[in-house]
Design a protein around this ligand. Structure first.
Ligand code: NAP
Length: 248
C-alpha cells in the first residue's frame, strides 16, 4: 500500500510548474488526482497521461478558480466522479510585478483574485464535503514573498500573506472535524513564473540562499505530500517554508 492510496486529491493549477510536480507526487503515492487548469488543456492532458501510465487514476478539469462558479464546479467534479474529496492543494497562482507607482489597480486585483480569492473559494466549497466525511487535508501554496516581502511584488506579497492568515483562521475553524489546513512557502523555484527574472537578480539571490541553490519542483512537492499524508495528522495552521534557508 502507498501512503495516499484511496485518497482523492485536487491540485489547482496542476498542469504546469509546481502544481504539475505536486500532482505527479500525490499520484506516485497512490492518490487519484484531479488536475485543474485554466487555459492550457494540452499541458493538463500530459500530466493526466503521465499519471495513468504510472498506474494511478487522474482526470483534467478546466476551471477558472478565481471565480465562484469555477471553484464550485471543480469541487463538484471530485464529489460527482469519486464520491468524496480528501485533499485540496490550492496552488494556482500568478504574478503582475511592478513598483507600486507603476502598478495598475487591475494588476493588483488580478493577483489577489487568482491567488487569494481562489484559495478562499475552493476551500469554502471543499470544507462542506470534508466536514461531512470528518476528514480533510487542505494545503495552500504561499511564498516567502508573503513572509519577507519583495520589492515589485506588493500585490503578490499581499496575496501570499493573506493566504497565511487565511490558513491559520480556517485551521482553527475546522480542526474539530479532523480537517487540517497548512501552507507551504517556497522560495525561488525555476518555472514559467520565474524564468524571465533578470540574471543580476538571480545571481544576487543565489548568494543569499544558505543552501546555495534554487529549490526544485520536487522539493516543494515532497513538502506538500507530507502535509497531505497521515504522517502530518497532528500539524495544522503551520507554514512549512521550503526555501534553502533564505527567509530564516
Ligand atoms: P506557473 O508555472 O506559472 O503555473 C501556474 C499554474 O496555475 C498553471 O497550471 C495555470 O494553468 C494555473 N492557473 C493560473 N491561473 C489560474 C486560474 N485562474 N484558474 C486555474 N488555474 C490557474 O506557476 P508556478 O511557478 O508553478 O507557481 C505555482 C504556485 O507556486 C503559485 O501559487 C506561485 O505563487 C507559487 N510559488 C512559486 C514560486 C516560484 O519560484 N516558482 C515561489 C513561491 C511560490 P493554465 O496554464 O491553464 O493557465
Amino acid at each position: 500500500m502507498t501512503a495516499l492510496a484511496e485518497r482523492i486529491a485536487i491540485v489547482t493549477g496542476g498542469s504546469r510548474g509546481i502544481g504539475r510536480g505536486i500532482a505527479l507526487e500525490l499520484a506516485r503515492q497512490g492518490a487519484t488526482v484531479i488536475v485543474n487548469y485554466n487555459s492550457n488543456s494540452s499541458a493538463a492532458d500530459e500530466v493526466v497521461d503521465l499519471i495513468k501510465a504510472a498506474g494511478s487514476q487522474a482526470m483534467a478539469f478546466k476551471a477558472d478558480v478565481s471565480t465562484e462558479e469555477g471553484a464550485n464546479d471543480l469541487i463538484k467534479a471530485a464529489t460527482d466522479t469519486y464520491g468524496k474529496l480528501d485533499i485540496l492543494v490550492n496552488n494556482a497562482g500568478t504574478t503582475r510585478d511592478n513598483l507600486i507607482m507603476m502598478m495598475k489597480p487591475e494588476e493588483f486585483d488580478t493577483v489577489i483574485q487568482t491567488n487569494l480569492r481562489s484559495t478562499w473559494l475552493c476551500s469554502k466549497a471543499a470544507v462542506r464535503t470534508m466536514m461531512r466525511k470528518r476528514y480533510g487535508r487542505i494545503i495552500n501554496v504561499t511564498s516567502i514573498s508573503g513572509i519577507m516581502g519583495n520589492a515589485g511584488q506588493t500585490n503578490y506579497s499581499a496575496s501570499k500573506a493573506g493566504i497565511i492568515g487565511f490558513t491559520k483562521s480556517l485551521a482553527r475553524e475546522v480542526a474539530s472535524r479532523s480537517i487540517t489546513v497548512n501552507a507551504v512557502a517556497p522560495g525561488f523555484v525555476l518555472t514559467d513564473l520565474t524564468k524571465d527574472l533578470p540574471a543580476e537578480i538571480t545571481d544576487q539571490l543565489n548568494k543569499n540562499i544558505p543552501l546555495g541553490r534554487w529549490g526544485t519542483i520536487e522539493d516543494v512537492a515532497h513538502a506538500v505530500q507530507f502535509l497531505a499524508s497521515e504522517h502530518s495528522s497532528y500539524i495544522t495552521g503551520h507554514v512549512l517554508v521550503v526555501d534553502g534557508g533564505l527567509a530564516m
